[in-house]
Ligand binder design. Structure first.
Ligand SMILES: Nc1ncnc2c1ncn2[C@@H]1O[C@H](COP(=O)(O)OP(=O)(O)OP(=O)(O)O)[C@@H](O)[C@H]1O
Length: 209
């Protein structure tokens, strides 16, 4: 199937300043359906800050963000963007399965994949009834990856998604991103290494400290 190239996320002259000092930008980029962009930059160059601006956690100082062609609005973020950051957003006392049910209650449901299926895909079958606090760091990351799969949002913002993962887990992240892009989603990924997406859809956005 050939998907029409539709802009899912656009930044125009986007910049963030702290106490009048630029943290990043101004930058321009367009992320279309099926595209994967790698956000590169040294420690402190503003990669996480950019992610926070794109999820609405921080307000841009300059420029604008367009979400599916329309001006960024917080009430549209939940259905359109899913963020995987350093904080995984999992409730420690709930099991992975309960966490995923809660996420679907809040942010909607993607058709065609059950919670059990998603947990199986990320290698957590058998751990789905353990509270998250009893999982290893890599297993927690896998539970957070399963959340990407069961939500309808087409834009994935992944801040260091490879952290705490073994080789198999790193390959899993690459596979999930690649499949998501092929199905018409898009991903913006920060990483200090380990990126090897299949296909030639990878683009690069460079931030300077
Ligand atoms: N809450 C905060 N208050 C003040 N300054 C902050 C805050 N968070 C980040 N910064 C500063 O903003 C700059 C960019 O930080 P950011 O975390 O976005 O960088 P990064 O590119 O993600 O870095 P890394 O590669 O180390 O993860 C840094 O100089 C950092 O010290």
């Amino acid at each position: 199937m050939t998907l029409a190239l539709t802009p899912l996320l656009q930044a125009r002259a986007l910049a963030f300043l702290r106490q009048d000092e630029p943290v990043f930008g101004p930058i321009d980029f367009t992320l279309n359906t099926g595209e994967i962009a790698l956000v590169e930059g040294d420690n402190g160059s503003g990669k996480t800050t950019l992610m926070r601006v794109l999820t609405g956690m921080l307000r841009a100082t300059q420029g604008e963000v367009l979400l599916e062609g329309a001006p960024f609005a917080l009430d549209r973020v939940a259905g359109a963007i899913v963020f995987l950051g350093h904080q995984l957003g999992l409730k420690a006392e709930l099991t992975p399965r309960e966490n995923l049910s809660l996420a679907q209650a809040l942010y909607g449901r993607r058709e065609g994949l059950s919670i059990e299926g998603a947990l199986r895909d990320v290698g957590l079958a058998g751990y789905d009834a353990e509270p998250v606090r009893r999982l290893s760091a890599g297993q927690k990351k896998r539970a957070a990856l399963a959340r990407l799969l069961i939500l309808p949002a087409r834009v994935w913002l992944l801040d260091e998604p490879y952290a705490n993962l073994d080789r198999d887990g790193i390959a899993l992240v690459n596979r999930l991103i690649d499949t998501h892009a092929r199905r018409g989603g898009a991903a913006l990924v920060t990483s200090h290494g380990a990126v090897s997406f299949a296909g030639d859809a990878l683009r690069r956005i460079r931030l300077h400290a």
